[in-house]
Ligand binder design. Sequence first.
Ligand code: GAR
Length: 210
Amino acid sequence: MKKIVVLVSGSGSNLQAIIDACERQQIDGNVVAVMSNKADVFALERARLANIPSHVISHLDYSSRERFDKAVAKQIDDYQPDLIILAGYMRILTADFVNHYAGKMLNIHPSLLPKYPGLHTHHRAIEAGDKEHGTTVHFVTPELDGGPIILQAKVPIFIDDEEQDVIERVLAQEHQIYPMVVKWFCCDRLKMLNGKAYLDNQEIPAYGYG
Ligand code: GAR
């Protein structure tokens, strides 16, 4: 059974989807700890309700990104996890941090990467007049939102949509695809080698599955 540490900064609905899938034994793994860079986020309450230890390490307490990431890594490594999951973790990561977890860190990003890396993705998609939007699960590499894509899910954008409509439509898809990818990783079907993602030893196409 794989040990999973989840990093969060917000509501933690993706964290919840992964906890639930572990509890239903759909994932051969356990969330052993949750780390947040913010106190008072609902993700911490979700961890508490699931009896999962949580740690708050605030980036505001550190004088540099490097020092902050070192402190987070030290706390993560106490758990000797097999997999690190970024689930709405809103920090830019240092290359040292990312390289320390090469091939064992996943992120979910709310856009059809490589479109719209960074922030405000839903707003940008609506403003651009896009007819569809979506979400991407990828391995984390030092390039922001640039690691090899594993799986994507698309959603429509309707003409009268508000940003919140699109956010919710995307989240519903995230709760489906993130646990699925975590499941693949935990049963050793998913790997990253030389900057490419493989499922069952087949290279995953550039824009992922989905
Ligand atoms: C999700 O939509 C996730 O894709 C996004 O934050 C949301 C977190 O929701 N992540 C990013 O924007 C990372 N750059 P949650 O806290 O309810 O899981």
